[in-house]
Design a protein around this ligand. Structure first.
Ligand code: SF4
Length: 280
């Protein structure tokens, strides 16, 4: 994907490849108010640790972003900034305070407020609720959902938390060692799980209906991304692996119109993993 990448209002590079971006970002918001096939898409990354300027009050920093992108007066932008602060659970009176007066979680919410203030058309949220307590986490997810429903914002949620996926996503793509190994609707992936790695993720979760059940973690470690196995990258950890899995890289295969997975064993008639229902 090629795009114009900007930090704040300063263009950083044109034709920047997202796939090569240094992704330790917590949030990456695509703002700008209009997509165009002819104009590179403006991308505005917001990093929790780097976005906030320590010498300006937080409301001023949110307002600056709104003023630049929405071309409204400073006063209107400031009022909107205070509204955004309230939306992320921070009292408006605290808008005059500086970043060092906020906890890490509150700073994260301020950055979320900046990212959402201009109602971006696409929001890429990379672990947006990490380090937030469950109450604030629920508020942030509500905020993102409202943005999606009320303003038609598309959201790409990047997370390790399957609960967040279940609450916020319509389509799911599961990645392992840099590749998508299963993709489908939320119902497909959660109820008709196909890939052994996805099964392993679900098996690693506590079962609230059986408090004595032992967790079943996926054995082994992630492979070195610079030295991936020749065949399926999940093979050393997969309980279903066969000889062919060591040699051959599985390709994504359609199981239904909406559900795809990359696993060689499905070439064998009748193969299915233990978890979930089978597609008819
Ligand atoms: S291709 Fe083989 S090793 Fe890879 S997930 Fe499928 S069964 Fe497991």
């Amino acid at each position: 994907m090629l795009s114009t990448v900007s930090i704040g209002s300063e263009p950083m590079a044109v034709g920047y490849s997202i796939s090569s971006a240094p992704f330790n970002a917590i949030h990456l918001a695509v703002s700008g108010n209009h997509w165009s096939q002819h104009i590179p898409t403006p991308i505005f990354p917001y990093f929790v640790s780097q976005t906030l300027n320590p010498v300006f009050p937080v409301a001023d920093q949110i307002a600056e972003s709104i003023e630049i992108h929405e071309h409204i007066s400073s006063h209107e932008a400031y009022e909107k900034a205070l509204d955004m602060l309230e939306m992320v659970g921070i009292p408006r009176e605290r808008g005059v305070e500086y970043p060092h007066q906020f906890s890490g979680g509150m700073k994260q919410r301020v950055v979320i407020a900046i990212a959402l203030a201009c109602q971006p058309q696409l929001l890429i949220a990379d672990e947006p609720t990490t380090a937030l307590d469950v109450t604030i986490q629920a508020q942030v997810l509500d905020l993102i959902r409202n943005l999606k429903d009320q303003h038609g914002t598309s959201v790409i949620m990047i997370t390790h938390d399957l609960g967040i996926v279940a609450e916020t996503c319509d389509r799911v793509a599961v990645m392992y060692a840099g590749r998508i190994i299963e993709t489908g609707t939320l119902d497909d992936v959660f109820n008709y799980t196909l890939h052994p790695y996805t099964e392993g993720l679900f098996n690693s979760l506590p079962n609230i209906n059986d408090r004595k059940a032992e967790l079943k973690p996926i054995p082994g470690l992630m492979p070195d991304p610079t030295n991936l196995p020749e065949g399926c990258a999940f093979e050393p950890r997969c309980e279903y692996a066969c000889e062919a899995c060591k040699q051959q890289l599985p390709v994504s295969t359609d199981f239904t119109a909406t559900h795809q997975a990359a696993c060689l064993r499905y070439a064998e008639p009748g193969f299915h993993i233990a978890r979930g229902k089978k597609h008819e």
